[in-house]
Design a protein around this ligand. Sequence first.
Ligand code: NAP
Length: 264
Amino acid sequence: MGTWNMVPPDEYAPLHPDEKRIVESLKLGIELGMTLIDTSAMYGGGRAEQLVGQAIKGARDRVFIATKVEPSYYSFEGILIAAQESCRRLGTDYIDLYQFHWPSMVAPIKELMKAMERLVDDGIVRFIGVSNFSKDELIQAQNVMSKYPVVSNQVRYNILSREIEGELLPYAEQEGVTIIAYSPFAVGAIFGYQGPERETLEQLADQYNKSIAQICLNWLISKKSVITIPKAVKPEHIRENAEASDWRMSPESYKAIDRAFAFS
Ligand code: NAP
């Protein structure tokens, strides 16, 4: 489950009724098996991490928390501090996957990756990931690691945005790096999309007795190395998304989506 765009940036405790709904939605998702939760120190100025912390109370050992360092903390010491601050907001003493939110424009990648490795050594982080890295940036990050692998790259990927299929996706598949597909519904734009390709989605939804949301998510996770993190607050959306896995369409059906939505 994703957690971007859920929280107004300047709302602080006590919990607003809308925030309570978010916590309840995340809890529902966890109960339905969507136990990987993606967040960031940047979402709502840290407020999203606090809400995730509320949602995982009593369930820490059943969830996999992925959060991100914001670029203003990009230095060796800054990353160590940022991880402590995220743990405090999340109400946990470790982060399952710690990701750079964006490539670094200033600090050398080697310094940043060393800080990540220190966090793993100290038991604060289990796995190291990146986000919004190109293939070349990912290779640079991999090359400066001395002890641990870069396990994932979180990038925009959905039926309307397939740029990563050019270079990054084949490389990730070859290297065993997980692609975490963000904005799987193009931030909701897929539902209002009226291009001629929509007919393909509607036909497949009818054929498999699934919703368009489920077809879109299933198309993503049918790909080797790809997982996805849909964001939803409405309970009916959470329930629908939780049922987008554990089934497959035929190879021809996946190809029909590939053909209908031009690689762009
Ligand atoms: P998204 O998941 O593509 O779309 C979210 C929108 O789709 C919401 O309006 C949601 O409505 C709606 N929706 C969800 N499930 C639905 C369903 N079954 N049927 C109909 N509508 C449905 O948007 P996103 O938030 O951009 O992407 C997901 C996550 O990726 C983020 O939350 C964040 O964790 C991550 N992300 C990362 C980056 C990065 O730079 N690393 C950038 C963007 C996003 P309701 O909320 O009303 O239920």
